[in-house]
Design a protein around this ligand. Structure first.
Ligand code: HEM
Length: 206
């Protein structure tokens, strides 16, 4: 039952995430392209019913994932199983902090939580040393976790070579996407000027 809930939540969250990460990849071109797409996409996920479903899926994903970890903690973990455990634990931590920060940005600070909200932390020292790996690992953890899920779900249908190819493709794409997204947010691709009201959240506390 719990596995079915985890898979259903992954389906909903995965559909959102595909477009969410595509949205962040658009920042490779320009901040305007990122903001333009986000404003259009918000018409879907900021719909009250859709947003409640999305947030409930995020919460159930964290709760079911942590229950799996607790149940299997005593099992001997080795090799790739450790990657599934580690990426899942990181995603649970990230989802809680990330969604909490987005909701606080909107409700507590009254900010438009767009590109600049995510970028701000990378433009203030010493927070940059937290936010760069924080976002990088989130994107990478998604693809590692997906690759391990694929292993369990398709192991009877895919041969060893096809499975290794699919895993490598997923992980390499995750690594490349994580690098490009963090490069755009941190201002490595072009100059990014974060408005003062976003930088101020680090003085007031986030
Ligand atoms: C580099 C990676 C990421 C960045 C820079 C980022 C940034 C953002 C930003 C700025 C928002 C606010 C959107 C808005 O105001 O409309 C947001 C929302 C959200 N993000 Fe991410 N995100 C990243 C990765 C992820 C990942 C990996 C997940 C899931 C595991 C995720 C889940 C969510 C969710 C559930 C929301 C809330 C949507 C809502 O209800 O408004 N994000 N993210």
């Amino acid at each position: 039952m719990l596995h079915r809930i985890h898979r259903a939540g992954a389906g909903v969250l995965g559909a959102f995430l595909t477009l969410h990460l595509f949205n962040h990849l658009l920042a490779i071109g320009s901040v305007e392209a990122h903001i333009h797409f986000m404003e259009a996409f918000r018409a879907v996920y900021r719909n009250r019913v859709v947003e409640i479903i999305l947030l409930l899926c995020a919460a159930s994903q964290v709760a079911s994932g942590l229950t799996f970890v607790r149940r299997r903690w005593r099992d001997r973990h080795q090799g790739l199983d450790l990657l599934q455990l580690g990426s899942g634990l990181y995603l649970a931590f990230f989802l809680l902090v990330h969604v909490g920060a987005v909701l606080a940005g909107r409700m507590q600070f009254g900010l438009d939580t767009n590109f600049y909200y995510a970028a701000a932390g990378m433009h203030v020292l010493p927070y940059r040393y937290f936010f760069m790996p924080y976002y990088f690992l989130a994107v990478l953890a998604i693809t590692v976790h997906l690759a391990r899920a694929l292993h369990w779900l398709a192991r009877d249908r895919l041969g060893a070579v096809a499975m290794r190819g699919a895993t490598a493709l997923l992980v390499v794409s995750g690594f490349a996407a994580a690098t490009l997204i963090v490069a755009a947010l941190s201002g490595a691709l072009y100059e990014v000027t974060v408005p003062a009201k976003y930088l101020a959240t680090f003085v007031l506390g986030r």
